[in-house]
Design a binder for this molecule. Sequence first.
Ligand code: FES
Length: 139
Amino acid sequence: MQYSEKVMDHFMNPRNVGEIENADGVGMVGNAKCGDIMKMYLKIEDDVIVDCKFKTFGCGAAIATSSMATELIKGKTIEEALALTNSAVVEALEGLPAVKVHCSVLAEEAVKSALADYYKKIGRPIDFEIESDEHEDEE
Ligand code: FES
């Protein structure tokens, strides 16, 4: 299995690891098959993600994809963060082996689940799906 330098970098030195106290949105997702879990914390001001941290109990690719996902949504609007797909995360990491694509799906879902939590808190109707369409292809 071959990992890109970017993946190795984000695995060895993950960005934005940790928790945010009094986060505006917290999301937790897991993959039942591999048992990996990702938790995402968001600080949101005026619909902009001003800070974002994560904790991942999972494989190296799960750590790298969640690290990259936080980098991609930090400073972005909610709308932009909702548009983040797992393939964009994979692309930013310069690719992932096929058997590891589900790890990037987890990262996308963690972001959406944290945003859904934020929507719930502020009473905004959740008008997006958390589960990625690519969930079925995770074998
Ligand atoms: Fe399941 Fe990576 S092996 S998230």
